[in-house]
Design a protein around this ligand. Structure first.
Ligand code: PMP
Length: 434
């Protein structure tokens, strides 16, 4: 028995399913990966084998594992006592940096995870508008709370261009009535979005979407779709929420909203914002954020909100993202990596296509055209993807399969051009072995 299997069996006796989070099991392998060390763009398993990491803590690592600037800031916060649940001067410093970077942010609040951030944002939108319904986009992922875990993952029956938007629950245990508060529209279908906004506009508290649909690989909104979304929500008093938990800081300090030139009313950011430490942020227009207690009547709190260790890590991370040349490097690596992966697929005639924006990308197998919505990604070959992920891991490149359709992958800025070339050599050997 390998050490991995042995450890997994031990873990299953005390941890439910052997893991701390359900998606930790890499579905391509049927077990979680155990890494005992990480540095820069690499991770090392139990046996000391190294991997180039193209998962990067599910997106939470953007600078690199063990980045010195973050480690130093964390040590200093620990040395200062790390008492939490009190305010200190780093909170406003981080809030100021965030408000200067992300266009939607006039005021922010800190939370611990992307799930909490979307949950509180939705409550706030309901408090502010006095309305209940929420419009979400088919396939868009907004965390694990009951309000949003619909129409994600694998639909129970095939979706076609003609079928009605799906509203399937993605977990047992969620009250069926919650679906009555949801309106679901496919991504990039401007006609259906306009129709739904015309029909339900008076009842909708908010529209929530991933401005770049990374959770199905990497799909950008059409200019028309995102413009109509912004204009029609504003016209009808519906709040527009961009969930940038995945997209913030991937392509620039202003997130996808700066890239697209569309400013939502409210926005959530997570993952990269904490520099691998558990921070997420929600915020937006000052008049809406004023509804939060103690100024207003909408509750948001948490013992660990703005934990000083996490805030110190985030400050160090944000300052690094704002350094001159940071995004030039990210885009140069992105170009070399994605072009290189596609060259490998072409060379060995594997029908795969890497599509990315900034530091995150998807790989689609067996699809000719660039996907435009969640339904298109359902045509992607899961069988080929699993074979590819297994071969990549076997050859020293770590990719994660979350168990749904097309996955999102990413790199960190510690990657050099030499690392990209090594990664591509390993991927070429992997593809050749398939
Ligand atoms: N929103 C988006 C867009 C996400 O990608 C994720 C996590 N993948 C979440 C929310 C939930 O974040 P967390 O896992 O930190 O709760």
């Amino acid at each position: 028995m390998s050490r991995i299997t042995e450890h997994y069996q031990r873990a299953r006796k005390s941890l439910a399913g052997g893991v701390s989070a359900s998606t930790r099991v890499n579905r391509a392998l049927g077990h979680p990966m155990y890494f005992s060390r990480a540095a820069g763009c690499q991770v090392w398993d139990f046996d000391g084998r190294d991997y180039y990491d193209l998962c990067c803590s599910h997106g939470a690592t953007l600078l690199g594992h063990g980045d010195e600037r973050i480690t130093r800031a964390v040590h200093e916060a620990i040395a200062a006592g790390a008492a939490c649940s009190y305010e200190n001067e780093t909170h406003a410093e981080l809030a100021e940096l965030l408000c200067d970077s992300i266009p939607a942010f006039e005021r922010v609040r800190f939370t611990g995870s992307g799930t909490e951030a979307t949950m509180h944002t939705i409550r706030l939108a309901r408090a502010f508008t006095g309305r209940t319904k929420l419009l979400k986009i088919e396939g868009h992922f907004h965390g694990y709370h009951d309000q949003v875990m619909f129409a994600i993952g694998s639909p129970p029956s095939p979706l076609t261009a003609e079928s009605a938007p799906g509203t399937w629950p993605a977990s047992s245990g969620m009250p069926a009535e919650l679906v009555e508060q949801l309106v679901v529209v496919p991504f990039n279908r401007t006609d259906l979005l306009a129709e739904a906004l015309a029909k339900y506009g008076d009842e909708l508290a908010a529209v929530i979407c991933e401005p770049v649909f990374y959770n199905a690989g990497c799909i950008l909104p059409s200019r028309e779709f995102i413009r109509v979304m912004r204009e029609e929500t504003r016209r009808r008093g519906v709040l527009l929420i961009f969930d940038e938990v995945q997209s913030a800081f991937r392509m620039g300090p202003g997130g996808a909203q700066a890239h697209l030139g569309i400013t939502p009313d409210l926005c959530t950011v997570g993952k990269a914002v904490g520099g691998t430490y558990p921070l997420s942020v929600f915020g937006g227009r000052a008049d809406i954020m004023a509804r939060l207690q103690p100024e207003g009547d909408c509750q948001h709190s948490g013992t660990y909100n703005g934990h000083p260790v996490v805030v110190a890590a985030a400050l160090a991370a944000l300052k690094a993202y704002l350094e001159p040349g940071f995004y030039e490097h990210v885009f140069a690596i992105a170009d070399r990596l994605y072009t290189g992966i596609n060259d490998v697929f072409d060379r060995y005639e594997l029908p795969g296509r890497a599509i990315g924006l900034g530091a995150r990308f998807g790989i689609y197998f067996g699809i000719d055209d660039q996907p435009q919505d969640f339904r298109d990604t359902l045509q992607h070959s899961r069988t080929l993807m699993l074979q590819f992920i297994r071969a990549a891991i076997e050859h020293g490149v770590y990719l994660h399969d979350y168990g749904g359709g097309a996955c999102h992958h990413g790199f960190c800025a510690a990657m050099t051009t030499a690392d990209v070339d090594q990664t591509l050599d390993r991927l070429a050997a992997a593809v050749q072995s398939m």
